[in-house]
Design a protein around this ligand. Structure first.
Ligand SMILES: NC(=[NH2+])NCCC[C@H](N)C(=O)O
Ligand SMILES: [Mn+2]
Length: 298
């Protein structure tokens, strides 16, 4: 297949430097040759992110750091994702922190009326500016994508619309804030904890999600992969690691299964913090995982 590679070099959503360096670092570690093995990759470069000084982080919004630059970045991402999907190109967004997933989802929503989001993460990222304990945008993208924030997807990308909560599948969450728990209950969100996954097995969870996908008539899937889905011991190079996570083999098993559906049209790969990494462990693991995923995707 044809892939559009879109770098989204920001740390603003995490408020910790390092993820902004990830797109170029992954290119250095061999990303393009891995993707080019079985696909044709067009590297669209990195989306522009303006420099904002730390004193100004709350100047656009009293509860959300770097609000304007992140919303603008997400608009640009949405547009690139939308153009990619319309031309039948797979869209691969390399973060950056997880705030950039909002742009991906906004873009997809302009092309597919009924699509699903499979969110691999230790967190649920559904805080709003009201519930966020940190003010960090990377804990909020799913809330904005579902229309829970203060600014809907339509404002980020005029052709987009919010994703219904029943089309969201969160896999591996194990560090959830109290405000997020309220939304999960209220929206009846499908959150698969490590305990539940271990009990039902990875194939069991996949089957459960695919039953929902089929009964809702979902026509496309977006995978948003946060490196902290993996166990903290495996990923020193991520900003908010959590224990009781998954192995590389678990992640690969999930990806093989989702790839086999032929529904996956786009993906985010986020939260690789280059500055926190030790001896490129997280960087090389990322390449290994992306190699596996794109080998399975056809
Ligand atoms: N994508 C991430 N790593 N998100 C971490 C979010 C942490 C915490 N729940 C917050 O809202 O700040
Ligand atoms: Mn996340």
């Amino acid at each position: 297949m044809n892939i559009n590679l879109i770098g989204a070099p920001t740390f603003y959503g995490a408020d910790k430097k390092g993820p902004d360096l990830a797109p170029n670092k992954l290119r250095q570690l061999g990303l393009l040759s891995v993707l080019n093995k079985t696909h044709k990759v067009y590297d669209l470069g990195n989306v522009y992110v303006p420099t904002v000084s730390t004193e100004d982080k709350f100047s656009d919004h009293s509860n959300v750091k770097y609000y304007n630059p992140l919303m603008n970045l997400n608009s640009s991402i949405a547009h690139l994702v939308s153009l990619s999907l319309k031309n039948n190109y797979f869209s691969l967004v390399i973060g950056g922190d997880h705030s950039v997933a909002l742009g991906s989802i906004a873009g997809i929503s302009s092309v597919y009326k009924n699509f699903g989001v499979v969110w691999f993460d230790a967190h649920t990222d559904i805080n709003t500016y009201k519930t966020s304990p940190s003010g960090n945008f990377h804990g909020m993208p799913l809330a904005y994508a579902m229309g829970l924030g203060d600014n809907g997807i339509e404002n980020i990308y005029s052709h987009g619309s919010p994703i219904p909560s029943k089309n969201v599948f969160i896999i591996g969450a194990r560090d959830i804030d109290s405000g997020e728990r309220e939304f999960i209950k209220e929206k009846d969100l499908k959150v698969y904890s490590p305990e539940y996954i271990r009990k039902r097995t990875i194939k069991g969870i996949f089957d459960e999600i695919m039953e929902n996908v089929k009964s809702s008539g979902i026509e496309a899937l977006h995978i948003s992969f946060d490196l902290d889905f993996l166990d903290a011991s495996l990923v020193p190079g991520t900003g908010t690691p959590v224990g009781n996570g998954f192995s590389l083999e678990d992640a690969k098993e999930f990806f093989s299964l989702f790839a086999s559906t032929n529904l996956v049209k786009s993906m985010d790969f986020v939260e690789y913090n280059v500055l926190l990494d030790k001896n490129n462990v997280t960087g090389n693991l990322s390449i290994d995982l992306l190699d596996h995923i794109f080998n399975k995707l056809t």
